[in-house]
Write a protein that binds this ligand. Structure first.
Ligand SMILES: [Fe+2]
Length: 307
């Protein structure tokens, strides 16, 4: 990838459960770019996800609309990234079921299903023997592993970078944005990745990059960040939301040496601890690794990636 311009990203859609790229050769370029645009299926209604991102950080009102509000008071899933503009709710499937408005939990499942189609198509494309898919993804390809959903709000009053430079930690991310600010590292520059109506951005994570780095078709996990964004007074704040497919925290990350030869490289826990410390540099260094307290007794994997 020498030049990555927003307009040049590959585009794809999912038809009958199959990932189809608009351009011939589109998938190969997408794997090399580390990201592509994916059409939002016509039947998918994003309104609840947009509303949740606009409201989760607001104070409860004491009325029936409060199911979307008050998440700053949920330390088990709310993260104030003190060194950045972003604050987010990050919830696995179990936490969503128990705390999210049901339509947001359903949307997260639908986005996760899209990410699974992308993951399977990618493993197929890079030629990994299907008998190894479950092992090398820690079951994520079979809808086990960890399936995060993040809702992000960028606090306009903060004079900070929007979100830390990072690679996503897992396999596949399906991200929804409506605002400028996302940037991808291309050589030594940050290149804007603009939102396009009716499309998600899909990007690949570090677990998939590690898995494929010795194969003839390695997948790139693109380094990205969100620059400082300052909406005009009274204008809408920047928000985003995303579904992530990650390996389970109790497992290992693998590297393929040939299509049929997978070797464990590092524990997921070690990988995430290193990521959390390097990326966020805050008090959540064991995020996604330590067992949560209170009613949320089973935090799964994390690291997270919040754009
Ligand atoms: Fe990210």
């Amino acid at each position: 990838m020498t030049v990555l311009e927003s307009q040049m990203l590959e585009r794809a859609a999912i038809h009958d459960g199959q990932l189809e790229f608009v351009s011939e050769g589109g998938m190969g370029k997408a794997l090399d770019d580390g990201l592509f645009r994916l059409a939002v299926p016509a039947e998918l209604d994003l309104k609840s996800g947009i509303r949740f991102a606009q409201e989760f950080w607001t104070e409860p009102t004491g009325t029936s609309i409060d199911s979307y509000r008050g998440f700053r008071a949920r330390p088990d899933m709310y993260f104030d990234r003190e060194n950045f503009q972003t604050e987010h709710v990050l919830a696995d499937r179990w936490a969503r079921k128990n705390t999210f408005p049901s339509e947001v939990a359903a949307l997260a499942e639908d986005m996760n299903a899209l990410a699974l189609v992308v993951l399977r198509a990618t493993l197929q494309r890079i030629g990994i023997d299907p008998s190894l898919w479950s092992t090398v993804t820690g079951g994520a390809v079979e809808d086990q592993g960890t399936h995060w959903f993040a809702s992000n709000h960028y606090r306009p009053e903060r004079e900070q970078l929007g979100c830390a430079p990072h690679k996503d930690t897992g396999f596949v991310t399906v991200l929804y944005i409506e605002h400028t600010g996302l940037e991808a590292a291309v050589e030594n520059d940050w290149v804007p990745i603009e939102p396009t109506p009716g499309e998600f951005l899909v990007n690949f994570g570090g677990s998939l990059e590690l898995l494929t780095e010795r194969l003839p078709t390695p997948v790139r996990a693109v380094l990205h960040r969100v620059r400082h964004t300052a909406p005009a007074p009274g204008a809408e704040h920047r928000f985003s939301f995303a579904a992530f497919i990650n390996p389970p925290p109790s497992g290992d990350l693998y590297r393929m040496h040939a299509a049929g030869d997978a070797q464990p490289v590092q524990s997921v826990e070690e990988f995430l601890r290193d990521f959390n410390a390097k990326t966020w540099n805050d008090r959540h260094a064991d995020f996604g690794i330590a067992t949560g307290g209170g009613g949320i007794a089973r935090r799964e994997t994390g690291g997270g990636s919040h754009d």
